[in-house]
Design a protein around this ligand. Sequence first.
Ligand SMILES: NC(=O)c1ccc[n+]([C@@H]2O[C@H](COP(=O)([O-])OP(=O)(O)OC[C@H]3O[C@@H](n4cnc5c(N)ncnc54)[C@H](OP(=O)(O)O)[C@@H]3O)[C@@H](O)[C@H]2O)c1
Length: 341
Amino acid sequence: MSTAAPFAFLVHPRGRIAQDLARIWRPLGRVPEGIVETAVRRLPPYAMSRILLDDRPVGHVVLVPFGARHLLSEPHEGRARVGRAIDHAARLGAGVVGLGALTATVTAGGATLRGRTDIGVTNGNAYTAAIVEDQLLDLVADLSDRRVAVVGATGSVGTTLVRLLAAGGSVDSLLLVARGAVKLQALAAEVGGRVPTTTSTDLHDVRGCDAVVLLTASADALLGAEHLAPGARVLDATQPRNTSPDLAAARPDVTLVDGGVVEIPGMHLRGGDIGLPRGQAYACFAETFLLGLAGHVGHFSTGVPTLDHVSHIRGLADRFAHHGFTAAAPASFGRPLAAAR
Ligand SMILES: NC(=O)c1ccc[n+]([C@@H]2O[C@H](COP(=O)([O-])OP(=O)(O)OC[C@H]3O[C@@H](n4cnc5c(N)ncnc54)[C@H](OP(=O)(O)O)[C@@H]3O)[C@@H](O)[C@H]2O)c1
């Protein structure tokens, strides 16, 4: 019988570092970006907030002081920083650590950490793919045509989502988009027998689709007004975001929904927040949380999660449903969808 164990979740500054750090200490938001960036690089990893469930401490958010752009442009240094943050999580007594946002990307979805025996690692991507699938099916439920593009299809979350959608048979066709054609073709060959599947390395091709799911690991807002069909539905699960509020303003016909957000009503953070209101969490955070509640021992999702990982984590979400663990109500840049329209 497993018992709950403390867990830790790694985060890093996303777009503007000063803006993100102002969540911990507001005056930092007023310091010029270049100064903050230089100073932050010198910091060790640090436990920026306590995670509480029904006012009981259950874990820590650990900050990797290395921005999104640096993680992508200096992956070797990024991996070293992530390793040091995991050492810190282990010292804090965490049994399992979740890799938030690009800390997963620089460690190949945690695959480079499989050798660690002192702590369990998860990239959170099994539950992320499950929640994104739930949100997508909800988003296209009233459409008669369900041609779906997955941008970042060959990544850890993207591959798992594509496999789920193909297994579920609930979409009419898939367009798989990324920069690398070889991986795209291999994935299309794998799932193409179940659902008609095409591939593209050109984002403009998503214009032929009714719905677009964004799952790239790019630090730039990629999707523009020119990419989308009239009335398209967009689910953006990227961190940092690949859409900007300008897109919503330029294309009021498009429905743009925040992806990968989960309700855990009794949960809140003491210290800095991580960009979501009280009672909400990113799905990768929620996966780590579920593993902590279940007292999971050892690694969980690393690299590309299997559909067995997805079934297991969905089972834990059902087991702990009294704490929530369902997809958040649809919102766009944090505003409830009805209000955002
Ligand atoms: N909301 C949540 O809870 C949650 C949880 C986990 C992850 N995420 C977010 O989900 C995203 C994906 O995470 P991941 O771990 O699956 O990443 P990943 O394994 O690194 O995969 C990234 C994918 O994006 C593609 N890509 C990268 N840059 C691109 C570009 N400029 N244009 C088109 N495709 C591009 C990559 O293929 P190529 O290199 O071939 O282009 C790959 O298919 C990240 O933004 C992450 O922060 C959110």
